[in-house]
Design a protein around this ligand. Structure first.
Ligand code: FMN
Length: 324
């Protein structure tokens, strides 16, 4: 890994941007209304939680933003945390379009600020403090109302949007032998399939995620198993090495099903037949799943069948610190 750094004392703005861009953030749209009710909003990734008691959050707005003055003077504002399918909303609110709100579905929240629909979460805030900070202004808000959903949040890193959920494009790399699988859970039990009556236990897999209508897709396999399941997060990526295919596993929740079939089994975590899982990488992955499930804190494994790294996701950060 090569390391680049500025000479002592001089911070090159481009290098600063590049270094800061390595910090993965979510994407928010910060909104308020002018005295005459006109909605105003801008896209921001400088949002940060500050304090739980009192509940404080902050966001930084550039002094050159057209709405800077309005936000500095407003009594309340809302932080809309975008879901992964809201990249267009992000682009709209990052633009200078005078009528940004005509491109979004929104309503007025109890605190009077615009709440954008279908986000991953939103927080309404009363103005707590406005602080000067170089070419930006820090808006500190005290949370007065909030809501959150199960939608995957949109991420941002190195100038690009990042999605933590279904990375269909990433997994469908052309010309690569790929297998997509899922660890599906319902009421503390995990679904496994048996290859034949005496065979090994495996997870449902298919060459592609696809759709229920597509042959050879994982979603068609769910349909054949009588399963309605919601895939939630990426769990493991096994890069192809000699003799092995590229394998990607998601985790998800069973909403309905599966069909009654001796080849389809639901195992409580302490009943998983480890000896019946002959694929050692699969066994290791499931063991990690069981252990991470006990703390409800999941990581993503990226590596090959022998070794790799687990990147942790603080998915339930708010949960573990008592916010929800
Ligand atoms: C992903 C992303 C994150 C951004 N984060 C911020 C931010 O934290 N603070 C800020 O002032 N501008 C940020 N911007 C830029 C503003 O959204 C942009 O300047 C916008 O035009 C400001 O709107 P306005 O001029 O109508 O007030 C961001 C843009 C993008 C695409």
């Amino acid at each position: 890994m090569s390391e680049k750094g500025p000479a002592a004392g001089a911070i090159d703005p481009m290098e600063l941007r590049k270094a800061l861009g390595a910090f993965v953030t979510g994407v928010t749209v910060v909104t308020t209304r002018e005295a005459d009710g006109t909605p105003r909003g801008f896209t921001a990734n400088s949002f940060t939680s500050v304090s739980l008691d009192p509940p404080l959050v902050l966001v930084c707005i550039g002094k050159t933003a057209l709405s800077c003055q309005v936000f500095c003077e407003c009594e309340s504002f809302a932080i809309n945390i975008l879901a992964e399918d809201q990249t267009e909303t992000s682009s709209t609110f990052a633009s200078k379009d005078p009528d940004k709100f005509s491109h979004a579905q929104w309503r007025v929240g109890t605190g009077g600020s615009p709440i954008i629909e279908e986000t991953a979460a939103w927080l309404e805030c009363a103005r707590h403090e406005v602080l000067e900070a170089g070419d930006h202004v820090i808006l500190l808000g005290r949370v007065t109302d909030l809501a959150h959903t199960n939608s995957n949040p949109l991420g941002f890193c190195r100038g690009s949007y990042v999605k933590f959920g279904l990375e269909r494009d990433a997994v469908a790399a052309p010309g690569q032998q790929t297998r997509i699988g899922a660890i599906l859970e319902s009421e503390g039990r995990v679904l496994m399939l048996r290859e034949g009556t005496e065979g090994a236990y495996v997870l449902p897999t298919a060459p592609r995620l696809g759709s229920p209508e597509e042959r050879d897709s994982l979603l068609a396999k769910f349909r054949d198993l009588g399963l309605e399941a919601k895939i939630t997060f990426l769990f493991a990526v096994y890069e192809s090495d000699s003799g092995h295919e590229h394998r990607v596993y998601y985790r998800g929740d069973i909403v309905d099903g599966p069909v009654e079939d001796p080849a389809v089994r639901m195992f409580a975590f302490d009943e998983i037949p480890w000896d019946g899982i002959t694929d050692s990488a699969l066994r290791d992955m499931l063991m990690r799943y069981v252990s991470e499930r006990s703390e409800n804190r999941f990581g993503i494994y990226v590596g090959d069948n022998e070794s790799g790294q687990i990147q942790t996701l603080s998915e339930n950060y708010f949960g573990s610190t008592g916010w929800s």
